[in-house]
Design a protein around this ligand. Structure first.
Ligand SMILES: Cc1cc2nc3c(=O)[nH]c(=O)nc-3n(C[C@H](O)[C@H](O)[C@H](O)COP(=O)(O)O)c2cc1C
Length: 202
């Protein structure tokens, strides 16, 4: 049975291009894997907190007494991390904001990229512990970043691939919903991305 973790980030509800394409993808996954368990984590509905002192202490300590003391603060970080660890396939559907990822997604990353849980320090360097998982990125943007003069302004896909690789997830496919703010492209962006979903290797 496949266990799928679907992360939605856009706060634009039914107007969101990334959510729309992610739901097409979820429907295809449900067809392919009728027994799949899909966990939906909506970061816009409930923003994960930025790392504050208690959460940082809670997730950093290796002292059992300290762990006990900070366990309330660690609860959400542990829950989010457990969801990731339990999944076979991670789907991240996110807008580009100011050429990078929204801070809610960064906050989620800060809570789940954790030594001893999703990566560890080995003798030869860092070892990602999430090896063997697949990821699919659904990336919506107002402009076009796969080619052309704005390509080098894209800090979404390179960053997400880098951080996922850091924790061991190297099988990463991307679906772009681009040109949402370009009148000549906007109407076709979601249908083109929905077609790209059909071409994904799942
Ligand atoms: C706060 C904000 C910042 C944005 N920054 C960018 C940007 O840097 N580059 C870009 O191409 N589009 C940018 N956009 C446009 C969004 O990426 C575009 O509307 C996309 O469709 C959003 O995804 P969604 O439809 O899933 O919400 C921005 C939109 C917002 C609201």
């Amino acid at each position: 049975m496949k266990r799928i973790l679907l992360i939605d980030v856009s706060p634009r509800g039914n107007d969101s291009a990334s959510r729309s394409v992610a739901s097409t993808l979820a429907a295809r996954l449900s067809d392919l894997y009728p027994l799949a368990e899909i966990t939906h984590r909506d970061l816009a509905a409930a923003h994960p907190p930025h790392l504050d002192e208690s959460t940082l202490r809670a997730i950093s300590t290796r002292d059992p007494a300290e762990e006990e003391r900070w366990k309330d603060a660690a609860r959400l970080a542990d829950q989010l991390t457990d969801e990731l660890v339990a999944s076979d396939l991670l789907v991240i559907a996110t807008p580009m904001w100011n050429f990078g990822i929204p801070s809610a997604l960064k906050a989620w990353i800060d809570l789940v990229v954790r030594p001893g849980k999703t990566f560890r320090y080995g003798e030869g360097g860092v070892v990602g512990l999430m090896q063997g998982k697949q990821a699919i990125l659904v990336l919506a943007s107002g402009g076009v970043f796969t080619a052309g003069p704005w390509k080098s302004w894209d800090f979404v896909e390179p960053y997400l691939r880098q951080i996922l690789g850091f924790i061991g997830i190297v099988d990463v496919q991307t679906v772009r919903v681009e040109g949402m703010n370009i009148p000549a492209l906007a109407n076709d962006a979601v249908p083109v991305a929905n077609k790209a979903v059909e071409a994904l290797v799942l």
